[in-house]
Design a protein around this ligand. Structure first.
Ligand code: CAA
Length: 379
């Protein structure tokens, strides 16, 4: 087994690191405080190829593998987890879903501008009463012959206002249960589609999370992804890959906090020497570094399985379950290493600690990951 990264992987990692330090770090505290979406930065990420990394170049993508994606996600998330969740949803939920299951016309019309970053995508599964229990969709897509009539409300939608292309999961035939669900591509500006309330969140405050309302929205039949009734399987298959993105985000949040704690521990003196010379701090750093390496290996394993076109659902759930736990543990310890300074905004670690929590909730809570993993184990 070779753990070496290739020249291309190292180049992607370096490009993402430089971008994060030069373009995302300045202003990240203000964007968090004022809940400002990093629109300009996301536009530049599109130009650099970070918004459609794994998409075939014929559809404006970067043609890269999932390992490159993990490495880039880690670097961006070390600095700005609000930018990285936008990147993750666009890459692994929206672009991947359309490229894998969409028609040629859908790829031309929707995938191309999404992969280039010209437009941003959103994935709309969650509802006020359907979070973990994703089959209980109340949003309806009534079959009207040449179009669907979409009605309902979606909640907690990442990129809710900044997106222009939305993948909306809705129930067409309730009697068929999950086999009666469809996924429709909805465009901002369609009559009857309204972006609702913006959520005021604990973390990832630069990411715009909204509710969405659909009232008699006419969606052409050609905007359905896959066969009639494929929508739930579409959502589940897409989330398998999405969870690699969120696992890498959690990894980045943890490694960003660790790097700050390591640097601070060498500068800060107490009892006549740098605190890094005290065993209490050394043990914390050792635990943090070990957990982060283990999380990274799980992320890369899931990415590698996906690149080899092998089953990766269990591996991505394990990566997300573990990396999000590590993100919480490491960020709490990073605040502790910083002492009082860790509790103020200027030192970044308090933000990373707030940002970490959502990685245990979205794209399937930790409890859902355990369901996914244990079902695979018991097959
Ligand atoms: N991959 C592929 N197919 C899957 C799958 C997976 N991981 N999990 C289930 N399926 C398929 C099953 O094979 C089954 O199909 P068949 O009947 O044809 O065999 C079908 O889907 C239904 O599966 P289940 O009977 O297992 O369904 P369930 O009701 O027991 O629920 C669940 C399964 C795993 C709990 C699922 O509901 C789930 O993952 N819930 C969490 C939803 C979630 O992650 N939401 C996140 C919102 S998106 C988001 O957060 C994005 C963002 O903005 C950041």
């Amino acid at each position: 087994m070779n753990f070496e990264l290739t020249e291309e992987h190292l180049a992607v990692q370096q490009a993402a690191r430089e971008f994060a330090q030069t373009e995302l770090l300045p202003g990240v505290i203000e964007r968090d405080e004022h809940q400002k979406f990093p629109a300009e930065q996301i536009r530049k990420m599109g130009e650099l190829g970070f918004m459609g990394m794994m998409v075939d170049p014929q559809y404006n993508g970067g043609g890269m593998d999932t390992i490159s994606y993990v490495l880039a996600m880690e670097e961006i998330s070390k600095v700005d987890a609000s930018a990285s969740v936008c990147m993750s949803v666009n890459n692994s939920l929206v672009c991947w879903g359309i490229e894998k299951f969409g028609t040629e016309e859908q790829k031309e019309k929707y995938l191309k501008p999404l992969a280039s970053g010209e437009k941003i995508g959103a994935f709309c599964l969650s509802e006020p009463e359907a979070g973990s229990d994703a089959t209980s969709q109340k949003t309806t897509a009534e079959d009207k012959g040449d179009h669907y009539l979409l009605n309902g409300t979606k909640n907690w939608i990442t990129n809710g206002n900044s997106a222009s292309i939305y993948l909306v999961i809705a129930q067409t035939d309730r009697e068929k249960g999950h086999r009666g669900i469809n996924c429709l591509i909805v465009e901002k500006g369609m009559d009857g589609f309204v972006v609702g309330k913006k959520e005021d969140k604990l973390g990832i405050r630069g990411s715009d999370t909204h509710s969405l309302m659909f009232t008699d929205v006419k969606v052409p039949k050609e905007n359905r992804i896959g066969e009639n009734g494929f929508g739930f399987k579409f959502a589940m298959s897409t989330l398998n890959g999405g969870r690699i993105g969120i696992a890498s985000q959690a990894l980045g949040i943890a490694s960003g906090a660790y790097e700050l704690a390591l640097a601070y521990s060498k500068e800060r003196k107490a009892f006549g020497k740098p605190i890094s010379q005290h065993q209490a701090i050394q043990f914390k750093l050792a635990d943090m570094a070990t957990e982060i390496d283990a999380a990274r290996l799980l992320c890369l394993q899931a990415a590698s399985l996906k690149d080899q076109k092998k089953d990766f659902g269990k591996a991505s759930a394990m990566a997300k379950l573990f990396a999000s736990r590590v993100a919480m543990e490491v960020t709490v310890e990073a605040v502790q290493v910083h002492g009082g300074y860790g509790y103020v905004k200027e030192y970044h670690v308090e933000r990373l600690m707030r940002d970490a929590k959502i990685t245990q909730i979205y794209e399937g809570t930790s409890e859902i990951q355990k369901i996914v993993i244990s079902r695979e184990l018991l097959k």
